[in-house]
Design a protein around this ligand. Structure first.
Ligand code: FES
Length: 120
């Protein structure tokens, strides 16, 4: 059974293999969203880019970055993930709501649209 360690909250939870990272956080009472994004998010459909988590350890135990993540996280470090698009297959340590995680550059609706049409 994989273990997810939530570094900021000092909490660790077990999950089934293939569990959705965002849902596992919510089930554990951990909020993946910052500020107004608690109201302004897509509910895990991969359409808002607000559920970002930073992977501190165990990146190899997660599903590969999806196409949606490549768009929303184009100018973010490779260890930033959209938690709603990420499956957990082994032990991992994550930081929820990382600084610079949301709302700038590619990680915004405008940024994502610009990436799709190839403009900076
Ligand atoms: S919750 Fe909207 S992209 Fe993850």
């Amino acid at each position: 059974m994989p273990t997810i360690r939530f570094e900021q909250e000092g909490q660790q939870v077990g999950c089934i293999e293939g569990a959705n990272l965002r849902k596992a956080a919510l089930d554990a009472g951990i909020n993946p969203y910052k500020g107004l994004n608690n109201l302004n998010n897509c509910g895990g459909l991969g359409q808002c880019g607000t559920c970002v988590m930073e992977v501190l350890d165990g990146m190899q135990n997660l599903s590969p970055r999806s196409d949606v993540e490549e768009v929303y996280l184009a100018d973010r470090p490779a260890n930033y993930r959209l938690s709603c698009r990420t499956s957990v297959n082994g032990d991992v340590t994550v930081r929820t709501r990382p600084e610079e995680g949301v709302g700038k550059g590619s990680n915004s609706l405008l940024g994502a649209l610009k990436s799709l049409v190839g403009r900076k």
